[in-house]
Design a protein around this ligand. Structure first.
Ligand code: PCA
Length: 323
């Protein structure tokens, strides 16, 4: 073989070897739509990873449940059908009550409290995930949750028999304790659920209210600030371990930045999106004294129920939070 030909073959080989190594393409299912700040934050995270790895780890975000529906995402990542994904943590509370700690009404209602609760609960949640071969990358809260209804609810008795949209076990329980009738509806299906009469009221953030153009079907937003539920991004451990050391480091660094950026985005959203509800004609009201005390009683009941179901592990999270 001529020296020229040998070099050419070697060149082709080394070229194809690097191009095989060079690209890991990851599909990332997420539950919420593109107008939601969580999704924007994750798209930025994917861009940061692509840039930091020189394109060798290429994450494609599939938003709005387009690759896997919200109820399937965690299992898809566990089974490595997708290497990475996002879920609402409290959607998993039927698997273990610890996942539901951030959706107990009035346990943590401000960003500072939500952060303290996250610090207290993150180790327990990360180790539950680890038992299933999953690594927690980061978590970001939604703005505080408020009640959307057709008229001002001054007394919980007004919710009697009202069809109430729920998005996890805690919102279902809250509805039931108010005397309302809960129905699970994905965030993207909220407009249809209201327009077809499946639901008449809901509790969610101003972000989700704006994304679903709540003013088209309800007129009052009660700024109850009941809790700040969080989304988390998880990665399959085997998929993570298959990355190069540099790629792993880039992913973890981008995750830290995404967590910090996401919390800041969430806090900024709270006022902006509450103002947008008002700008689109909704009345934004503080809960009446009666409603506030009824809701806080419901919160106390749900805290007791949660402590009962979460046992010692739950007790130590709440003790660590209250310290
Ligand atoms: N939006 C999501 C979860 C909590 C929130 O603010 C939803 O309504 O489904």
């Amino acid at each position: 073989m001529s020296i020229f030909k040998t070099l050419a073959v070697a060149g082709v080989l080394s070229f194809s070897a690097t191009s095989v190594l060079a690209q890991t393409a990851w599909d990332m299912p997420t539950p919420y739509g593109d107008s939601i700040f969580h999704t924007a934050n994750i798209i930025q995270f994917a861009d940061d990873v692509r840039e930091a790895t020189g394109g060798s780890l290429d994450i494609t975000v599939h938003s709005a449940g387009s690759l896997f529906g919200h109820p399937e995402i965690k299992d898809a990542v566990r089974r490595q059908l997708a290497p990475i994904g996002e879920v609402l943590i409290s959607r998993l509370s039927n698997e273990n009550p610890l996942y539901g700690v951030d959706s107990i009404p009035f346990l943590a209602t401000s960003y500072d409290e939500a952060r303290a609760l996250w610090e207290a609960s993150e180790p327990a949640i990360a180790s539950l995930l680890e038992e299933e071969g999953l690594t927690l990358l980061f978590a970001v809260p939604w703005p505080p949750q408020g009640i959307y209804a057709g008229e001002e609810v001054t007394d919980a008795a007004m919710m009697d028999g009202v069809r109430f949209r729920a998005y996890n076990a805690a919102t279902e329980r809250l509805a039931t304790l108010m005397g309302a009738v809960p129905t699970q509806v994905e965030a993207g299906d909220i407009p249809t659920a209201f327009s077809t009469g499946r639901v008449d009221a809901m509790i969610t953030s101003p972000s989700t209210g704006v994304a679903s153009q709540a003013w088209d079907f309800v007129s009052v937003y009660h700024d109850t600030r009941a809790w700040l539920p969080k989304n988390m991004v998880i990665v399959n451990q085997r998929a993570f371990e298959a990355l190069s050391a540099d790629e792993q480091a880039a992913l973890l660094a981008a995750a830290d930045e995404a967590e910090a950026r996401g919390w800041a985005m969430s806090e900024a959203e709270t006022g902006e999106k509450t103002d947008a509800l008002a700008a689109n004609g909704m009345s934004v009201v503080e809960p009446s004294a009666t409603l506030a005390s009824q809701l806080s009683e419901i919160g106390a009941t749900m805290t007791d129920e949660w402590l009962e179901s979460a046992g010692d592990a739950g007790r130590s999270v709440v003790d660590a939070y209250r310290m």
